[in-house]
Design a protein around this ligand. Structure first.
Ligand SMILES: [Zn+2]
Length: 353
């Protein structure tokens, strides 16, 4: 099949490969010349990776492709005015701060629990304005929808983060709705409808309830906070889904077609992590160069892939699955993706997050 490698963004350790698994020579050259650490994850206080500017145009647009890149940047914030505690830059996706002082834990408590391999931007006492909502907002005592079970589990999936047990994936609470808003500025006609349809599909795959909270004029930002009470009230900020470009979101520079941010918080009683907010940004400048199956615009497959990240999936180096990070002729969730999404929806409630 004539593959086109285009509109694919490649962070240093996320080298694009053709379906044969071959890594193009230019990729290695780019990677070799890149001084950044061996990580796909950007941290908010670091400049974005220098985007690969080279494009390959080979063959024609028969294949679909997905394009993707995304990062799950778990971005956390600190509750201190001390800039050293703000968005501590890390080299892995677990850039976060415990929200421990929300429940009265002391800094020593946080430090004592800190895993040196799992860096934490430690919130300092006597913090300024709160950066997280009161605990348990919208949380019910039981899950809102039945858990999804997969009769024939497929191991072809990966999770972006796991609990302290090293196994259980970190997902959203099944016991409260996951609110999302859509910014239609610069988006294709019918964008909000498409997003709602795809979020419904994500809900069906996870057993989670994703609730459309309407459109917003909130501009996409890489520095978006997880708590925006003036816009959205005293709850975790709803997931923002928007079309933008590398001007609005520099991470979308070069051939990156989409990026997803998720935010996590840890419950102070049981120590479980939960996804609490997030943002999905698509690069509208890449839409015309992304092929799609039949009449479906290619960006919809990118959106689906990003929503997989939003649900808690990581990349998987397997072109048979939608969560493969590079091009693929797969445009929908496959057996491995669906197994992972089902597992992500089987978590505990989050009454203290
Ligand atoms: Zn991805």
């Amino acid at each position: 099949m004539g593959l086109i490698l285009e509109s694919v963004s490649i962070p240093p350790d996320d080298l694009p490969r053709s379906h044969s698994g071959h890594v193009p020579e230019w990729v290695w050259r780019d990677a070799a010349g890149n001084p950044l650490p061996d990580t796909t994850w950007r941290a908010p206080t670091h400049p974005p990776y220098p985007p690969p500017r080279r494009r390959r145009r080979r063959g024609r647009g028969l294949a679909i492709f997905l394009v993707l890149l995304l990062g799950m940047g778990a971005v956390w914030w600190s509750q201190s005015a001390d800039p050293r505690a703000d968005l501590v830059a890390l080299t892995d996706p677990t850039t976060y701060s415990d929200l421990a002082d929300r429940a009265g834990e002391t800094l020593d408590d946080v430090l004592a629990r800190r895993n040196p391999l799992d860096p934490v931007a430690v919130p300092l006492p006597d913090a300024g304005p709160r950066t997280a909502p009161p605990i348990g907002v919208d949380e019910e005592v039981e899950r809102l929808a039945p858990a999804v079970t997969v009769s024939d589990p497929d191991p072809a999936h990966a999770f972006a983060a796991v609990q302290d047990d090293g196994v259980t994936p970190v997902g959203w609470s099944p016991c409260r709705p996951v609110l999302y808003v859509v910014n239609e500025d610069g988006a294709p006609s019918g964008f909000a409808d498409t997003v709602q349809a795809e979020m419904a599909a994500l809900g069906a795959a996870t057993g989670l309830v994703f609730t459309y909270a309407g459109t917003t004029t909130e501009a996409p930002s890489e520095q978006r906070a997880a708590y925006l009470p003036e816009q959205y009230g005293e709850r975790w900020a709803p997931v923002l889904i928007a079309v933008t470009d590398e001007v609005g979101v520099p991470y979308l520079g070069g051939d990156t077609a989409g990026v997803t941010y998720t935010y996590r918080a840890r419950g102070v009683r049981d120590g479980l992590w939960f996804l609490t907010s997030g943002a999905v940004y698509l690069d509208g400048a890449d839409f015309t160069s992304i092929g799609g199956p039949g009449s479906e615009p290619g960006w919809i497959a990118v959106l689906r892939h990003e929503l997989g990240h939003l649900g808690g999936l990581d990349h998987l180096d397997d072109p048979s699955q939608l969560m493969n990070p590079v091009t693929s002729d797969v445009s929908t969730f496959q057996a491995g993706d669906l197994t992972g999404l089902a597992m992500l929806g089987q978590g505990a409630c989050a009454p203290d997050v």
